[in-house]
Design a binder for this molecule. Sequence first.
Ligand code: C2E
Ligand code: CA
Ligand code: CA
Length: 425
Amino acid sequence: MTIKAKIMETDSVTGALNRTGFFHKVRKMLESNPEQDYAIAYFNIQRFKTVNDLFGYEAGDALLKKVAEILANCFLKPLAVGRMEADRFTVFTRKCDMDLERLPELLHRTYNKGELKLDLYGKCGIYYIPRHCSLSVSDMCDRAKLAKSSITNQFVQPYAVFNEQMREDYEQRSIALLHLDDAIQNGEIKVFYQPIYDAWTGKVVLAEALTRWFSCEFGNISPAKFIPILEESGYITKLDSYVYQSVYGFLEKRQREGRRNVDIGVNLSRMDLMDKHIMEKILNDVRTSELPRGSISYELTESAYAGVSEDGNRFLAQMHAAGAKLLVDDFGSGVSSFSTIRDYDFDILKLDMGFVQKIGLNRKNNNIIISLIELAHRLDLKVIAEGVETKEQADFLKNYGCDYFQGYYFAKPMPQEEFEALLDK
Ligand code: C2E
Ligand code: CA
Ligand code: CA
């Protein structure tokens, strides 16, 4: 290699390979020894910025140089070390040298400068390269990086090995964010209704609106997958507005046609309580609607109540004063249960599925349910048990005074037409 080429492939701060250099060298080694099993590890240093902030950029650069040195001489016996960007490094090594058990020791260092001491932690994602792999080295690094991003608690385990599920999850994330608008426009997002039954009469008296995404391009995407992604990014408000409008339109249409309606719960996310437009729209509808007050109830989880802003608080109080029904969802699954019911006015408490599904399996669980139902009634709240799947669960809940049932034992969420047929019966 010429000196010029070497300079072009070297990272001037650390002396490691730069991105181009790393890709180039790894490609060459893969080609020259195709029967060998290799791995790529992708590292980053947590809170590296703190070093720059506390000690200045020069010290930051010196530390990056040190990291490159440590990696080059560590037990991984690297065949190449690269710096991808900022505090992100890659290591190319033989699979047999990828000693996972020793990684935690590599990923924790104490950094001393004068009197100051800083504990630095790293994370590492690993991609085992299959033999004769047709991916570019850049794609291999992306897979290792994806594995790194999947680490939820670095103190439990600071490394993760790539698997295909990670890529599927990542793709679904991108799909949800990139295609939501189109999906709404094209009618791929449907509102399903899950009936809720009166424990005493056995009649459908309420329902919950739940979204379903039937994508022409990507198949069915479960809400458990796309809702958290939309929540993280704030896009959820678009979806919730759409669901809310659909439910409103549905109730209005049936009222116009003189057909029976039941009150319907729509899910609101924490993010909705930060969005002035959706709050104004809903509050205005509650105040001016031709629909009876309380036709739509608003389901918010405990954690949403826990993190509510001042505007959100005002909205909830105004909603309640205007006669809207508020529901606390998944009650008992969070950490704020008692302060939530003390500090907010709402009408219905939805018992978390986790309790319902343990009925008969755990005596403590049974007693908690009995106490929660009593507690709710003392506070003038109705109780919905969610996730009722067996007769035994329903009988137990009915015995202890639960007001409403929602669950597969009675009915699954269904398309609008099916739900209408049920209401018209
Ligand atoms: P959630 O609000 O707690 O809704 C109840 C979930 O439990 C629904 O899952 C429902 O289909 C499921 N379920 C009902 N009965 C049973 C049962 O007997 N057994 C079991 N195992 N599950 C049962 P789904 O529809 O997949 O929705 C998952 C979550 O996604 C919802 O949990 C809610 O948090 C969120 N979600 C769904 N639609 C919307 C929406 O329009 N907006 C917002 N913000 N969130 C939504
Ligand atoms: Ca709900
Ligand atoms: Ca729930």
